[in-house]
Design a binder for this molecule. Sequence first.
Ligand SMILES: [Zn+2]
Length: 201
Amino acid sequence: MKKQMNAEEAKLKQAEYLDLFRESKALLDGHFLLTSGKHSAQYMQCAQVLQYPERAATLAKGLAASFQDQGIQTVIGPATGGILVAHEVAKALGVRALFTERENGVMRLRRGFTLSPGERVLVVEDVITTGGSVREVLAVVQEFEAISVGVGILVDRTGGTVDFGLPTASIIQLHIQAYEALECPLCAQGIPAIKPGSRKI
Ligand SMILES: [Zn+2]
């Protein structure tokens, strides 16, 4: 039987993970001008934490723990964000790692990668905002008649509202509020907005 974390433990764990993201500058607090033109008080760039292999492994172990007893045979994630996550989670579970890629806009397994009918697969991704890429990977798994056992996500930006119809675990649930420039409370306070990635921050 899987040991269920109680809500308090889960909250504590999430706070520790958030610290890891902040220390890695994967999660920034401030005043940001997003590519959408909206403004926000937080900015997330997951690749920043994954540049540190030990931190990537720590996060992956956290995800792997949720699926430890599920008989996972293969971990699979969409390129590019899911490649490292699949690799690290697979390492933690002692199984193989695959990634899907888009070819002419269609998500598929390339490079001779294949799945067997009935193979138990865990689908992973670094960040989800709508879950679109994860759904495309789930469809690929289904094409091979393999079994998607669950979905593991490092950063769930839907704030936990996404529903894949499968057991889903995330390391961090994050909802970053985005404001129209005219309604931005940070602009109202006269704090200058920074365009992430455009300079050293
Ligand atoms: Zn603003």
